[in-house]
Design a protein around this ligand. Structure first.
Ligand SMILES: Cc1ncc(COP(=O)(O)OP(=O)(O)O)c(N)n1
Ligand code: 3NM
Ligand code: MG
Length: 204
C-alpha cells in the first residue's frame, strides 16, 4: 500500500491516558488518521513491545501502519510496520538493514545540513520540524515557522510530514508549504473526542 502521510498521529502515554492508548488510536483512525507512531519516552522496552503488539492487533485490517519511535529492537520484536528515528537515534543504514526493504523508515530533519547529509535511498519519509514551539517535546529544536518549513520541503528528496505545535487551523499552510502531511500529538491525543479531533482535519 502506498505511504499516506496526510494525517500522522504520534502518541503520548500521558495525553492518551483519559481514553486509553488503544481506544484513542482507534478513535483517531475512525476519524481519518493515516499513520500511527507509538512514542513513549518512559516505558521499558518490554512495556513498549507489549503496547506495540496490542496496537498492531487493534489496527489489523485498517490499512493504517504502526511506526515505532526511536527503538529499533522494539519495532523488530513487535513486528511493527516501521520505525521513526531522529538525528541522534542511531544509524539509518543499520536500521534499514535490520528492518528489511518493506518496512517504513522515517527520519527527523531540522536543518539543511542534515538534508544534504542523508541517504534518501534508505528512507521513506522525513519529519520536518518543529514548525512551532510545543510542550509535547521538551528538547525540540528552534521553531522554523512556515517559511522555514517550505524551504526544507523544497530541498527534501523525500516525501515529508510537518510536525510541532500543529493544529487544524494550520493544515492549509502546511499544504501550501508543500509537505505531504502533518504529524500531531496534542491536537488529537488528550482532546475530549479524538475521533472528532481527527475528523476536523481537512482530507487531502
Ligand atoms: C513524524 C515525526 N517527526 C519528527 C519526530 C521527532 O523525532 P526525534 O527528533 O527523534 O524526537 P523524539 O520524537 O524521539 O523525541 C517524530 N517523532 N515523528
Ligand atoms: C514528537 C515531536 N517532534 C518534533 C520535532 O520538531 O521533531 S515536535 C514533536 C511534538 C509534536 O507534538 P504536538 O503536535 O503536540 O506539538
Ligand atoms: Mg527520537
Amino acid at each position: 500500500m502506498p505511504l499516506d502521510l496526510s494525517l500522522y498521529l504520534v502518541t503520548d502515554a500521558g495525553l492518551c491516558a483519559d481514553h486509553g492508548l488503544e481506544e484513542t488510536v482507534l478513535a483517531a483512525v475512525r476519524g481519518g488518521v493515516t499513520l500511527v507512531q507509538l512514542r513513549d519516552k518512559h516505558a521499558s522496552d518490554a512495556e513498549m513491545i507489549d503496547q506495540a503488539r496490542r496496537l498492531k492487533a487493534a489496527l489489523a485490517g485498517s490499512g493504517v501502519p504502526l511506526i515505532i519511535n526511536d527503538r529499533l529492537e522494539v519495532a523488530l520484536a513487535a513486528g511493527a510496520d516501521g520505525l521513526h528515528i531522529g538525528q541522534d537515534d542511531g544509524d539509518v543504514a543499520r536500521a534499514r538493514a535490520a528492518l528489511g526493504p518493506q518496512a517504513i523508515l522515517g527520519l527527523s530533519v531540522q536543518t539543511h545540513e542534515q538534508l544534504a547529509r542523508l541517504d534518501p535511498s534508505a528512507l521513506d519519509y522525513l519529519g520536518l520540524g518543529p514548525v512551532f514551539a510545543t510542550p509535547s517535546k521538551h528538547d525540540h529544536a528552534e521553531p522554523q515557522g512556515f517559511d522555514g518549513l517550505a524551504a526544507l520541503v523544497a530541498a527534501s528528496p523525500l516525501p515529508s510530514v510537518a510536525i510541532g505545535g500543529l493544529k487544524v487551523e494550520h493544515a492549509e499552510a502546511v499544504r501550501q508549504a508543500g509537505a505531504d502531511g502533518l504529524a500531531v500529538i496534542s491536537a488529537i491525543c488528550g482532546t475530549p473526542d479524538p475521533e472528532a479531533a481527527a475528523r476536523a482535519f481537512p482530507r487531502r
